[in-house]
Design a protein around this ligand. Structure first.
Ligand SMILES: C[S@@+](CC[C@H](N)C(=O)[O-])C[C@H]1O[C@@H](n2cnc3c(N)ncnc32)[C@H](O)[C@@H]1O
Length: 453
């Protein structure tokens, strides 16, 4: 494949005798992966129903390679949110950060959300995930993935890091900065990255990365952990960024990332010799079955005095009668917690949020639906966060039933049943809403998500 001369020359200087192996890896096949959504199905159960041949990705328990020619994005299970398709190395950062249930986690550069949904599966519905991206178009994809995965405890924002930091002083247990970068590690996966590298190389990205990372320090709790990752090789965007951060933040230290499963050490000599940079990790395409990545895990010391911030709950919203009726008529579960209404949209917010007035928020927890004239219309996100048993009326199709694709294409289904909102499922997993009237199921699958042949 075509690689820019300047890039080849630089990698040759950096890698010396290893360079030829590195270069040869560009002729190897690229690896493709999917990660099982354990909010909806266990890995064991997914393996039993998987239509794809799967092989374990060593650094991610829920992650599997699938073979070239298989098309998991064109399967009803994808529309049921049973997995996320993700480049295998990109599964490593969240595994290393390792959020646990009840953690408050920030994903600062999150779109399109591959790592956010991975964090959400680790939180198992507890704690809070604040997931942000500066680019509004990309935030739309982020919202789609959060909803498809059935994530209920995420707040989605579209803000600059310097604004977010003011709202969340000493709030987060874990922060992920999956920084925008020159993308050298993705050349094999996506050759268009070469073109964008020719426009913007490390000299463009390093100052942006420095600035983004520099805004995270006081959002982290004492003892909290921060993971910085890129999918590029250039030391200027990796070891040098971490060295600069550590030099300016005495209360942070680099935590050693175990060098197993093919992970290699960070390279101190590429950043003026700071020894502890060895504790970072590099994923090299000639050493693992995946693309190039860099990871640094940082921990904030415990001595620092915490800023005292009062994360008071907002006042409870008085629930409209239409929503209470909807729940009574259509669901077998009670929805309890902190409800919030923004421009007629009803949310069930995660517990423990600070007051967020002034931030550009697109989702604050589980989006349940919209109040329309004298009625409540359930959202697609509500359907995706329910299980088969949670709805009073369901229609469950086998994955090979032609009605599945008809439904995903937005067509009306000629099926009779009891009048009312009906949860359409594939093999027991919700796909979305339909409304039964007479002998027809009127389709409420979101137009923007429709199946295209
Ligand atoms: C490598 S991508 C993130 C990929 C994502 N973490 C995932 O796993 O799907 C980097 C993201 O950073 C965003 N970004 C760029 N500058 C930013 C900034 N100053 N603050 C927040 N996000 C930023 C870009 O819009 C882009 O979506």
């Amino acid at each position: 494949m075509y690689l820019p001369e300047k890039f080849i020359h630089k990698m040759q200087m950096l890698l010396g005798s290893e360079f030829q192996l590195f270069l040869d890896s560009y002729d190897d096949e690229r690896f493709q992966g999917l990660r099982v959504n354990t909010l909806k199905i266990s890995v064991e159960d997914f393996k039993k129903i998987s239509p794809f041949k799967l092989r374990q990705i060593p650094w991610c328990k829920n992650g599997f390679y699938f073979e070239e020619g298989q098309r998991p994005a064109k399967h009803p299970y994808y529309h049921a949110g049973l997995y996320y398709i993700q480049e295998p190395s990109a599964m490593a950062p969240v595994e290393i950060l390792n959020p646990t249930p009840k953690d408050y986690v920030l994903d600062l550069c999150a779109a399109p959300g591959g790592k956010s949904v991975q964090i959400a599966t680790k939180l198992m519905g507890e704690g809070v995930l604040v997931t942000n991206d500066i680019n509004m178009n990309r935030v739309k994809a982020l919202i789609k993935n959060i909803e498809l995965f059935g994530v209920k405890n995420a707040v989605v924002t579209n803000e600059r890091p310097e604004k977010i930091r003011k709202y969340f002083l000493s709030y987060f247990d874990k922060i992920l900065v999956d920084a925008p970068c020159s993308g050298e590690g993705m050349f094999r996966k996506d050759s268009s990255m070469v073109k964008s590298w020719e426009k913007h190389d490390e000299t463009y990205y390093a100052p942006i990365q420095k600035q983004i990372l520099g805004n995270t320090d006081d959002m982290l709790k004492e003892g909290g952990r921060l993971l910085y990752s890129t999918c590029t090789f250039s030391p200027e965007e990796n070891e040098c960024i971490i060295k600069n951060f550590i030099d300016n933040h005495e209360n942070f230290r680099i935590v050693d990332i175990p060098k197993n499963n093919g992970l290699s050490k960070g390279m101190p000599k590429w950043a003026n010799g700071e020894e502890n940079l060895e504790r970072c990790a590099r994923l090299w395409p000639h050493k693992i079955e995946g693309e190039g990545h860099f990871l640094a895990l940082l921990e904030k010391d415990l001595e620092e005095k915490d800023n005292v911030v009062n994360f008071e709950k907002n006042s409870e919203v008085k629930l409209h009668k239409e929503f209470c009726e909807f729940v009574k008529e259509n669901l077998n579960i009670l929805l309890e917690g902190k409800f919030e209404i923004y421009s007629n949209n009803l949310y069930l917010a995660p517990k423990g949020l600070p007051i967020l007035k002034g931030l550009k928020i697109l989702r604050t927890g589980w989006f349940l639906g919209t109040f329309k004239k004298n009625r409540f219309e359930p959202s697609h996100a509500l359907a995706m966060g329910l299980t088969f048993k949670d709805a009073k009326r369901t229609v469950n199709f086998h994955r090979d039933d032609p009605n599945v694709i008809k439904y995903l294409k937005g067509e009306t289904l000629n099926i009779s049943g009891e009048k009312g909102w009906t949860l359409i499922c594939v093999d027991g997993f919700p796909l979305g809403w339909a409304k039964q009237t007479g002998n027809m199921l009127k389709n409420y699958y979101p137009p923007a998500w429709r199946w295209i042949d």
